[in-house]
Design a protein around this ligand. Structure first.
Ligand code: DAH
Length: 348
């Protein structure tokens, strides 16, 4: 036994070795020096075979004890190291909660988008699909197939931006009627609305060269003017308030027969008469009518079997009224000072 290091000596040596341990790597080296292949404790175990039989028991006890002590010390060193490393890391990452936070930029929903969303929700609740059409469309879809043949005076009235002789910036959303019917060919009932930008050669406080329309089309069997009337009454009351009255005046559009223009109670004075409604108490908001048989026929629907109605309000006016906007051009110039007024506090 004399040739072996005493247990206490081993532990003392281990303790002093551990004092120099700074990193996990250091610890790994110490571990190897005691429990590794050529380690102190390992060598002690190998000596077991040289121990005389009567001492083996005693020696075994000594071995177990020393192994246990060495392992415990190494493990506690390991957990201490880990604790220190964690503390160091936490100190490095300390957050200074007294620093002022960065200002969060909050967007707002454009008044026009809000009106479109409100209208879409209303029509979806009545079973309509919402579709979108291209802003560049053909002369064919925008005029010819809407019963406005070449040379028709109403083509001039539209004051259209032509790109070449066949393509144009759509002057109204009505080509959505043609596109929907052609894509569905006699499938009924068809119920669509198409919100979108339209373009005309106009630019003053109440007219912008770009504005928004909201086309509607229903085609099926036994669809009548009465259905149109009911739908538009609901539309006006939901959008502008239950007290809103609706008035239908006969009018002319090439793509509808009969055609009408629809007025609603003036949103400013409630019908009493003011400068906005030119003392009439009414404001014109849309054109509508029963789809002309020629339009149905040109887009693949048999007018003897099917009828339909269509309507096409300009919806900028609704946004102007709802949000107190006085110049239509403000809606489209994207001035941040204007848009910031419409943050979400008045909506859900
Ligand atoms: N497209 C017409 C315009 O821009 C509005 C319109 C009138 C649309 C009658 C319709 C309609 O669908 O039936 O002035």
């Amino acid at each position: 036994m004399e040739e072996y290091m005493e247990r206490e000596d081993i532990i003392k040596k281990l303790e002093s070795d551990l004092k120099n341990v700074k990193t996990k790597n250091d610890l790994q080296n110490v571990k190897a020096a005691y429990l590794g292949k050529n380690g102190i404790v390992t060598n002690l175990s190998l000596k077991m075979k040289e121990i005389p039989n009567e001492e083996k028991r005693e020696y075994g006890k000594f071995l177990n004890l020393i192994k246990e002590e060495v392992t415990t010390k190494l493990e506690s060193m390991e957990s201490e190291l880990e604790k220190n490393l964690l503390e160091e890391k936490l100190n490095e990452e300390k957050i200074d909660i007294t620093l002022p936070s960065r200002k969060k930029l909050k967007g707002s929903i454009h008044p026009m988008t809000r009106v479109v969303e409100e209208l879409e929700d209303l029509f979806v609740s009545m079973g309509y699909d919402v579709i979108s059409g291209p802003e560049i469309d053909t002369d064919m879809n925008s005029f010819t197939k809407l019963n406005l043949p070449e040379g028709h005076p109403a083509r001039d009235a539209q004051d259209t931006f032509y790109l070449d002789k066949d393509y144009l910036l759509r002057p109204h959303t009505s080509p959505a009627q043609v596109r929907t019917m052609e894509a569905n060919k006699e499938k009924t009932p068809l119920r669509i609305v198409c919100p979108g930008k339209v373009y005309r050669r106009d630019d003053d406080a109440t007219h912008s060269h770009q504005f928004m329309q909201f086309e509607g089309l229903v085609v099926g069997e036994d669809i009548s003017l009465a259905d149109l009337k009911g739908t538009l009454e609901l539309f006006a009351k939901k959008l502008l308030g239950e007290k809103t009255n609706v008035r239908f005046r006969p009018s002319y559009f090439p793509f509808t027969e009969p055609s009408c223009e629809v007025d609603v109670t003036c949103f400013k004075c409630g019908g009493k008469g003011c400068s906005l409604c030119k003392q009439t108490g009414w404001i014109e908001v849309l054109g509508a009518g029963v789809v002309h048989p020629n339009v149905l026929r040109m887009s693949g629907y048999d007018p003897d079997k099917y009828t339909g109605f269509a309507f096409g309000p300009g919806i900028d006016r609704f946004a102007m009224f709802k949000y107190g906007i006085t110049d239509i051009r403000q809606i489209y110039t994207n001035d941040i000072r204007f848009l910031e007024q419409f943050d979400r506090k008045d909506v859900d």
